[in-house]
Design a protein around this ligand. Structure first.
Ligand SMILES: [Cu+2]
Length: 130
């Protein structure tokens, strides 16, 4: 009986730790990294499926890259301007040109109507652009 309980406990701790790792991340960039002006940025997500914008379906959405602006709060529509780029076709990477200096990059996942899914689905890093 003890052994079974142990196995069950182990199973749940694995499940919980797997859930903890849900979120979005820059696949090829690290916080503090130095990059050249023209850089291809790869987007990653765990726990959501990437779909084109337009349809609302739980567990799906698309990426946004936010440059030098704060992420949209949960439930708010991500603006569309030169600081907020939508990947509404379901793109998982982009080649961007950044201004030299310190740039704050935020990867934000939002639903089919571009509404932020909150902090859990957001990652912000700073890069040094040469
Ligand atoms: Cu969008």
């Amino acid at each position: 009986m003890k052994k079974i309980m142990f196995v069950i406990a182990l199973f749940f701790s694995f499940t919980l730790s797997a859930m903890d790792h849900q979120g979005v991340f820059f696949k090829n960039l690290k916080d503090g990294q130095t990059v050249s002006k023209e850089v291809t940025i790869e987007f990653g997500v765990k726990g959501m499926d990437v779909r084109p914008a337009g349809k609302l379906k739980d567990g799906t959405g698309h990426f946004h890259l936010i440059i030098d602006k704060e992420p949209a709060a949960k439930g708010k529509v991500v603006p569309a301007d030169e600081h907020h780029i939508h990947y509404g076709k379901g793109q998982k990477q982009d080649a961007v040109t950044l201004e030299p200096g310190k740039r704050q990059l935020t990867l934000q996942f939002a639903d089919g109507a571009h509404r932020s899914l909150g902090k859990k689905w957001t990652q912000t890093i700073t890069v040094n652009v040469k």
